[in-house]
Design a protein around this ligand. Structure first.
Ligand SMILES: [Zn+2]
Length: 306
């Protein structure tokens, strides 16, 4: 065998191994039998479905049903049953807030149920190519089937006039990922923000394509368009938070980022920065799976990537 042939074989083997890793990691165990879907009304004709994975926003009315995110594929049957308890109207649209599996794995089934999928153009690229997620291999996903891909993509913003609502969907510069969408129901004064800073937990950032400064900028922008009465649907933990909660989370981000930055500038290693406990005064109120040390590591890795 020639050297070139060997390289080709090695390349193919690497590709096969990558695909195997994708498949293994994509098969996260979701025991649909053990998960109940809770339905919470947040405004007239607007609901949140909580199951496992990202909170689903549901707009119901005479035009049909519009969804924001679709959670995990094995939960589809239960999600549909929960929707059918609210409305018998046809499923018309599904907007994806970003490409992570816990928000989009149900896409294919929702498309088959009639949904036209709408998302930012970068999300479509990431879903169709698959995401090896080098910063966090546990989040790697294989290329999605064609029916799971958005049919309508946009670059800056798109507005849907549906169920008497003006649904303004816009893309902030890279924040949680580089394909985030914020979904603003103007009449109801409700904003579904996906995994941008919102829930009172330490938020994750996609270390491959997200940005710490972007998370802060996205929070600032949401705070600009929101008012004191705006309800914010977070991607996880809780169904609606207030503008005050979002402000607190944004302020926490700024403090922790600045501390990590001064550690980096002083020549400290990641372990030294983690040991300096830059999140200390915020830890007590933050719930969720990401521990303080993990959050600092994530921010550090995202910041040094620049
Ligand atoms: Zn996410």
């Amino acid at each position: 065998m020639t050297v070139g042939g060997g390289k080709l074989l090695a390349g193919r083997l690497a590709l096969i191994l990558t695909c195997l890793v994708w498949v293994a990691q994509a098969q996260r165990v979701i025991d649909a039998d053990k998960i109940e879907i809770q339905t919470v009304q947040v405004a007239d004709g607007l609901y949140v479905l909580v199951g496992e994975g990202g909170n689903i926003g549901v707009s119901v009315g005479s035009d049909g049903i519009l969804l924001v995110d679709a959670q995990y594929a094995p939960l589809h049957r239960k999600i549909m049953a929960a929707i059918r308890k609210i409305s018998q109207q046809p499923i018309r649209y599904l907007i994806n807030t970003h490409h992570h599996t816990d928000h989009v794995e149900g896409n294919e089934a929702m498309a088959k149920a009639g949904a036209v999928i709408i998302a930012h153009e970068n999300l479509r690229e990431r879903l169709s190519a698959g995401d090896p997620s080098p910063g966090n291999p546990a989040r790697a996903t294989p290329p999605a089937p064609k029916q799971a891909l958005p049919v309508l993509t946009y670059s800056d913003s798109i507005t849907l006039h549906f169920n008497g609502e003006e649904i303004y969907v816009y893309h902030p510069p890279p924040a949680h990922t580089d394909g985030d969408s914020v979904v603003y129901f103007r009449r109801a004064n409700v904003i579904h923000v996906g995994d941008l800073p919102s829930s009172i937990r330490y938020p994750r950032i996609d270390t491959g394509n997200g940005s710490v400064d972007g998370m802060i900028a996205a929070a600032d922008h949401i705070l600009q368009i929101a008012n004191q009465d705006t309800k914010i649907i977070p991607g996880h933990i809780g169904t609606a938070i207030s503008v005050k909660d979002l402000q607190e989370q944004r302020d926490m981000f700024v403090v922790v980022r600045d501390r990590i930055l001064s550690g980096i500038r002083a020549g400290k290693t990641m372990e030294q920065i983690i040991a300096s406990k830059p999140t200390a005064e915020f830890d007590e109120r933050r719930k969720g799976r990401l521990a303080p040390d993990g959050f600092v590591r994530l921010l550090y890795q995202t910041m040094i990537r620049r």
